[in-house]
Design a protein around this ligand. Sequence first.
Ligand code: UFG
Length: 344
Amino acid sequence: MTLLCTGAAGYIGSHTALTLLEQTDARLIIIDDLRTGFMENIALLQRGFGDRVEFVEMDFGDRNALETLFSRVQIDGVVHFGASLIVGESVQKPLSYYHNNVANVIALLEACARFGVKYFIFSSTAAVYGEPDSALIPVREDAPLAPINPYGTSKMMVELILQDIARISPLRYVALRYFNVAGASMKNTPELLSRGLGLGQRSKNATHLIKVALECAVGKRNGMSIFGEDYDTSDGTCIRDYIHIDDLAAAHVSALDFLRENGESAVFNVGYNHGYSVKEVIQVVKEISGVDFPVAMAARRAGDPAMLIASNQKLKRHTNWQPKFDDLRTIVRSAYEFECSLRS
Ligand code: UFG
């Protein structure tokens, strides 16, 4: 089968593409405009899997380019990673987020409808839940959707669009609501890392907690801030469910199996059922790196909910997905080793 992977030059897309190549016989067509993605990631995939990976540099919302591509190749399924994804930035630039995360996805879905694509796997987010009632945590998929930032709203909108499309067409979808994804490929070996051939999170302007803390540990930043310590949590800082990137990637293979076997659509959380505070995460980064970098207290960041923890029971019940790297130290260590390799 041929899968179109949008945005797979990025962090989550590239790790998932690697897992799809390893665990299925699919041929991948990767499209990415390289605004936030990295050609290095594509090169690594092509190096390992040759002509099972085709790369086309384009915007996933470009109707003409989509028409040309879909006319040329029969695409069985789309795995849609391409998106703008920074919560704080979405509060500042809502129109840009709705344009990229909704309007452009409509163009992609129109191409899917015209060319009879059967399967669509959508990168959704825990941000669709907004600030869930504490009685509802770990949050289940049937909890109310009440996003508190444009990023979460944009992802919720596409989930609703997919629901409507699946009612009247053969397209079946799985929306995976990612929690806080972190870490680097467990396939990275010291040898690969030393040759700059590791897969991990490359970011031009990192904002995510573990990445920012690691950049402090390796000396790329002088220090960092904790955004708010007056939340109603055990130590006053926000709690998130951090999931290892390889477990998240594996959830896409499970989603594909689900679509092929069941002929129905579904929404699944992807997380570990437990969380860590910002302070706990920073402490683990300091322990693993052995560097005690400066950490300042700062005001709350707009759009941040106090606590987000996934119930992963539905995914476990309906698919064969089993987490393998549910351990904060494993997540941080893999990311730290990758971060060190970026320096050299
Ligand atoms: N944080 C800091 N200092 C920093 C960076 C982050 O204190 O320098 C805090 C944030 O305020 C937040 C927590 O660390 O409380 C996690 O923040 P991230 O930016 O790492 O991640 P978010 O929780 O904001 O968002 C991520 C994804 C979203 C997804 C969400 C789901 O980017 O796509 O997780 O939980 F929706």
